[in-house]
Design a binder for this molecule. Structure first.
Ligand SMILES: *Cc1c(COP(=O)(O)O)cnc(C)c1O
Length: 374
């Protein structure tokens, strides 16, 4: 294919080992999040073989793909690996969600009720983790008039919710969780983690529930964990980006000890010509409704590669070669400027780029991009 996404298996395996060591030392569970590579079974295998305790994804289609892959069907050891559904269940797809996952994050009683029905139908006791919104304003329970992290207010919201849940016979409440640094960019702190832990302790005691999991973190919790600040009760870590890109997701700096040579994308050159740097003639909107200004740098060596906005988030690409500069992209074409060493890159050769999380997500979702583990 003209566009290939390469994943470095040993580099990703290193990151899984590094984080699973830290998490297992504190008796925690590491769930590897596969959504950034569209539920790649190869990725799930690397996760499990090197220390993940479960697989998590936001789409049941991805969990199905992993579960039904030859890699998973042929290995008996993978049978008991729990699959966690990350996105709040959709009522229209509950049958699939119950079929392809053991645990789900939840935040609505009406959905939990339907989950209970579906679990009964499928004779499968679904486990649920109730999400608490600690101010990031994504999923979870939060007081309507929340201004500061007042335990009593969260308790008042959580209390009737838990009482409702424990009436259902076909599902099992196994924990509480939260999601930070996603929508609102709120970072894990002593204050919000303390509130989460207090709510967890209170639910366990008040309702006499064992609650195996306190799922307090996605990748945004990793810096807090490494600094030794994560409360010990927080024991389930749902990690994608930090394991795959090795980045601190709060500032996108590399995390020390993790590898960053994990993924790259290679795109084939289909045109190489010296051309002006500024379009000629009267200009209007481009194909994407944008008015673009061009600086006149005279004649430059331009390369066109066979990938475009349909396949990749061009803003999230960075050339691995310093002689290459990205000029822009249309649906199917990536426009590059080769600044020096004009003999490099013949037609048919490939140019390589590193990827941001968003670029990786879109590339792995494009059916025009080949995914290769090396
Ligand atoms: C995507 C997702 C994660 C994983 O996020 P990363 O930043 O890739 O670690 C964790 N939890 C939920 C609910 C998610 O949707």
């Amino acid at each position: 294919m003209s566009c290939i996404l390469y994943c470095n298996s040993s580099a990703i395996a290193h990151n899984v080992k590094f984080l699973s060591n830290i998490i297992h030392k504190r008796n925690g569970y590491l769930f590897g999040v596969t959504k950034v590579l569209s539920g790649s079974p190869e990725l799930a295998k690397i996760f499990i073989d090197h220390g993940c305790d479960g697989i998590a994804d936001s789409r049941w289609q991805n969990l199905k793909k992993i579960r039904e892959s030859d890699i998973f069907k042929q290995n008996k050891n993978y049978k008991n690996i729990p699959f966690l559904n990350l996105r709040l269940p959709t009522i229209s797809e509950l049958a699939q969600i119950v079929k392809y996952s053991e645990i789900s994050l939840v935040s609505e009683i009406s959905i939990i009720k339907e989950l209970d029905n579906e679990s009964k139908k499928q004779k499968k006791r679904m486990q649920i983790i109730v999400m608490i919104d600690l101010g990031d304003l994504r999923e979870g329970l939060i007081p309507e008039d929340a201004k500061n992290l007042d335990f009593k207010k969260w308790q008042q919201v959580l209390s009737p919710f838990i009482k409702e849940i424990i009436k259902f016979n076909n599902i099992e409440l196994v924990g509480l969780g939260t999601n930070l640094a996603c929508y609102g960019g709120i970072v894990p702190s002593d204050e919000n983690m303390e509130l989460l832990v207090k709510l967890y302790r209170w639910v366990k005691e008040e309702y006499n529930l064992p609650l195996k999991y306190l799922s307090g973190a996605n990748s945004s919790g990793i810096p807090f964990l490494i600094e030794g600040k994560m409360p010990e009760e927080v024991n389930l870590f749902r990690i994608g980006e930090s394991m795959i890109l090795g980045l601190n997701v709060l500032n996108r700096n590399p995390i020390e000890g993790l590898r960053h040579d994990t993924v790259k994308i290679a795109v084939e050159v289909i045109e190489k010509k010296f051309k002006p740097s500024k379009p000629i003639g009267k200009s209007a909107q481009n194909a994407f409704g944008e008015l673009v200004e061009f600086e006149d740098k005279g004649t430059i060596l331009r390369l066109i590669c066979a990938a475009g906005r349909q396949d990749i988030l061009v803003d999230g690409l960075k050339p691995l070669d310093n002689d290459i500069e990205i000029l822009g992209a249309s649906s199917d074409h990536l426009e590059l400027h080769l600044k020096n060493n004009y003999n490099k890159y013949d037609i048919g050769s490939f140019i390589e780029f590193s990827l941001s999380y968003g670029a990786l997500l879109s590339a792995s979702t494009s059916k025009y991009v080949d995914l290769k583990f090396i």
